[in-house]
Design a binder for this molecule. Structure first.
Ligand code: UDB
Ligand code: ZN
Length: 185
């Protein structure tokens, strides 16, 4: 199982590389990697397992964060208690094909499993996006996302381009954001 010490941290060049496109059919190793990344998210959201293995509760994990420069990311956005997840998918070769003019940001700012320090500030993103991606079985999908799931997917797709969340923060005025930006609580 993936544990915290398997997660690459800021400073590791793999986090700043543009990840390689995955080719199909996916190798057994790449399929396994996707499942392991999703398993991390599931484990990390289980209070007992997270406590036992000291896992940070994660909603998304991109392959470069486990040292593999491949265009693949697992996303697991939990739903309300005892409800199914809002969004659960392993995205292969994801591409944002359209994005709203409307800007959105998490009210609390963002963190990252690969960044150990807190970096305050709004991370401006798009409130709604349309993503095209392939599943691990090579099926082509096109989905529209908004609000928190959209933020998570933008954060993960950034990792595949070597971008980290704080690259988007206004260094001079971290808490400055468009007046009409949607703040997601
Ligand atoms: C960095 C960390 C704080 C661990 C962040 N989790 C999070 O924001 N809260 C969270 C965790 C849950 F399990 C369930 C839940 F609803 C909320 C996170 O997983 N990521 C993913 C990451 O680092 N991917 O590379 C950072 C988030 C910041 C904005 C979107 C993803
Ligand atoms: Zn991250």
């Amino acid at each position: 199982m993936i544990k915290m010490n398997d997660i690459t941290r800021d400073g590791n060049p793999v986090l700043r590389k543009r990840a390689e496109k995955a080719t199909f059919p996916l190798s057994a190793d790449h399929k396994e990697l996707g499942n392991k990344m999703m398993e991390y998210l599931i484990n990390s959201q289980d209070p007992e397992i997270a406590e036992k293995y000291k896992l940070r509760a994660g909603v998304g994990l991109a392959a470069p964060q486990v040292g593999v420069s491949l265009q693949m990311a697992a996303v697991l956005v939990p739903g309300a208690k005892d409800k199914p997840p809002l969004f659960k998918e392993i995205l292969v070769n994801p591409v944002i094909v359209s994005e709203s003019v409307q800007i959105a940001a998490l009210e609390e700012g963002e963190g990252c499993l690969s960044v150990d320090k807190e970096i305050p500030g709004y991370v401006p993103r798009h409130d709604r996006i349309t993503i095209k991606y392939q599943t691990v079985d090579g099926e082509n999908k096109k989905i529209r996302l908004k609000d928190y799931p959209a933020i998570v997917c933008q954060h993960e797709i950034d990792h595949l381009k070597g971008t980290l969340f704080y690259d988007h923060i206004n260094q001079k005025e971290p808490l400055k954001i468009d007046d009409d930006a949607v703040l997601i609580g």
